[in-house]
Design a binder for this molecule. Structure first.
Ligand code: ZN
Length: 318
């Protein structure tokens, strides 16, 4: 069989590729969504009054002996209330199930349009039918990809067409969250370097562990502080620690997890040979082999391109 290119493009324009699933959906167009619906109440003044109060609509046309119903109440007269409708057709449910089965399991109401052909007045008895008017080709929206289903309801008052209510939904497959690139491993927190401790970090950069010494009473102090905690003097210089120390105390961190750290790990309070203590990591032994009194030796750990830290290695003796 030979079909010319022009016929082909006529049948299937380039921007609407042939979609067999859409063909199946389109077969529901024109089929009833609701048949023989009956309003639960005739058009009546109490419902009109409640509506106007809720909407803040004070138009005198909706009050008094010659009142009409606000046109926008059109759908209200067809609603099934808590007890629901008994007039739904099988076709609408079938269409929903077809879409569900294809993965379009989510639904959102997108818009409605109403046309008013004649006013509704108290006493009008409401009947309605609804038809599946159209099912769109597959569309991609911010919410996800799916099909718009438009239903048209024809509303009659005492048998006479009074208005139409078009209601559109999107049955869709929710868009996944945007796939994030695998997160780079978080970096260890940066030390806070300020004018009081900058000298310490300058020492670290030279692989020297510097301890402050009071310029008046010669008391050593760590961490770095502006003044001596023995005599209050603000004069100081530094001494370089030998790097020998012992584990004075330690904890093993299990929880909470903290980015860039893999629990469990040991955090030691290291007593330097010079007598001051500092908090650091104990490396070179498993976290559960760290012991109080264990001898440790200073080394510098290059954590990343920008960060080096003094840590203490245990287990060098055996
Ligand atoms: Zn001092």
């Amino acid at each position: 069989m030979s079909r010319s290119q022009s016929q082909k493009s006529h049948d299937a324009p380039h921007d609407v590729p042939h979609d067999p699933f859409h063909e199946r959906l389109k077969a529901y167009e024109g089929r009833p969504a609701a048949v023989g619906g009956t309003g639960k109440d005739v058009v009546n003044l109490p419902m009109i009054r409640h509506w106007c109060e809720a909407m803040g609509d004070t138009d005198p046309a909706y009050r008094g002996p010659d009142a009409v119903a606000p046109p926008t109440m059109l759908q209200a007269w067809t609603m099934g209330g808590l007890s629901g409708h008994t007039d739904r057709s099988g076709a609408y449910d079938e269409l929903s199930e077809l879409l569900d089965g294809a993965g379009y399991t989510s639904v959102v109401a997108t818009d409605c349009e109403q046309e008013y052909l004649r006013p509704l007045r108290p006493g009008d008895a409401i009947t309605f039918d609804a038809v599946i008017e159209s099912v769109s080709p597959r569309k991609t929206t911010k919410l996800g990809t799916g099909h718009f289903v438009t239903t048209r309801m024809d509303i009659r008052a005492d048998g006479e067409l009074a208005g139409t209510h078009r209601f559109r939904i999107l049955k869709y497959t929710p868009a996944g969250r945007p796939k994030a690139a695998p997160a780079p491993r978080p970096r260890r927190p940066r030390p806070v370097v300020n004018r009081d401790n900058a000298g310490f970090w300058e020492g670290v950069a030279e692989h020297r562990l510097l301890v402050q010494r009071c310029g008046d009473c010669a008391t050593l102090r760590f961490p770095w502080l502006p003044g001596c905690n023995a005599c209050g003097s603000r004069r100081w210089d530094t001494v370089e620690a030998s790097g020998e120390g012992t584990v004075y105390s330690y904890v093993v961190m299990h929880h909470p997890p903290f980015p860039a750290f893999d629990p469990p790990y040991a955090v030691g309070l290291i007593e330097l040979a010079e007598g001051v203590r500092m908090i650091s990591n104990v490396v070179g032994v498993p976290y559960d082999k760290v012991r109080i009194g264990m001898p440790v030796r200073l080394e510098f750990l290059k954590v990343d391109e920008e960060l080096e830290l003094p840590v203490f290695r245990a287990g060098g003796e055996d």
